[in-house]
Ligand binder design. Structure first.
Ligand SMILES: N[C@@H](CCC[C@H](N)C(=O)O)C(=O)O
Length: 277
């Protein structure tokens, strides 16, 4: 199988062109190729497919083979893939995902994409739709017991579920130890992605993430969007925020008038290859 390894802020996936032919058994293939010792290595696999509703369609699978309905870093890389490999010459693209059609603006230099802005759509706050089990309609700064310690979570879906936790210091936070207990807590019927956020100032936050199905990653685009929405809801930041991740920075804008979230960030090709399956 031919592939291109790409990354956005260090959130790396194996990209496969499925425009002519979809992959059979893609959940199993995602597990194999994502393995960092026996496969290509990545946080998961992303398939670029044709669409009858938009310019292209994206399907994303986590490293454990489970599907995510949206991937913020992935969708920017899909835009770079289709433009740089000349599958389109459009600099304004629409990409269908299981969480709806997203609209993207490409910034190019020397006929290559260097940065992409994505209209990520409206955040979903209704507990039932995220889904998170709660007595309240929305989960904002609600206490949760994780391994005997009380944390406060704010829950937001950007097409996929996120729980946001404010911490004193992201650098020394034990994400690997605590992340799985959030992911698999019984109040999240579909599991959850968890963002640990340190507020630096009213326009800057530091974030680490434990991703459902992939573990700690260097960045999560939907997670950065959900976190800025959570910051605004908790009165911690303005609505334009630089999110500092282990793998780089994302610029997020929560346009409250339109109730839309915009994400701007890089997309990079790392290498191309072929793997025997
Ligand atoms: N890294 C992604 C999100 C990938 C999916 C997520 N792990 C899930 O299962 O919902 C991003 O950049 O948004």
């Amino acid at each position: 199988m031919k592939f291109t390894k790409m990354q956005g802020c260090g959130n790396d996936y194996v990209y496969v062109n499925c425009i002519e032919k979809e992959l059979e058994n893609s959940n199993e293939i995602a597990k194999v190729v994502s393995n960092r010792h026996f496969g290509v290595g990545g946080d998961g696999m992303i398939m670029i497919c044709s669409s009858d509703k938009a310019d292209f369609r994206m399907k994303m699978l986590n490293a454990d083979g489970s599907e995510g309905a949206m991937c913020g870093n992935g969708i920017r890389c899909v835009a770079k893939y289709v433009y740089d490999y000349k599958l389109t010459n459009k600099e304004n693209l629409s990409i269908e995902t299981p969480s709806g059609i997203k609209y993207l603006d490409l910034t190019t230099e020397n006929n290559k994409v260097v940065e992409v802005t994505v209209n990520m759509g409206s955040p979903i706050l209704e507990a039932k739709l995220i889904p998170v089990i709660s007595d309240n309609d929305k989960v904002i700064a609600e206490p949760i017991d994780i391994d005997g310690v009380e944390y406060k979570i704010t829950c937001v879906s950007m097409g996929n579920p996120h729980a946001i936790v404010f911490v004193e210091d992201t650098k020394n936070f034990q994400v690997e130890k605590i992340g799985p207990s959030f992911e698999n807590n019984k109040i999240f019927p579909d599991r959850v992605n968890t963002e640990f956020i340190q507020v630096i100032d009213r326009n800057t936050i530091s974030m680490r993430v434990w991703e459902r199905g992939s573990g700690e990653t260097l960045a999560c685009g939907t997670g950065a969007c959900a976190s800025v929405v959570a910051c605004v809801l908790n009165g911690k930041t303005e609505d334009e925020v630089t999110v500092k991740l282990l793998g780089g920075d994302l610029k997020i804008k929560y346009d409250r008038e339109q109730n839309l979230v915009f994400m701007t960030g890089p997309a990079v090709i790392v290498f191309e290859g072929e793997i025997e399956l």
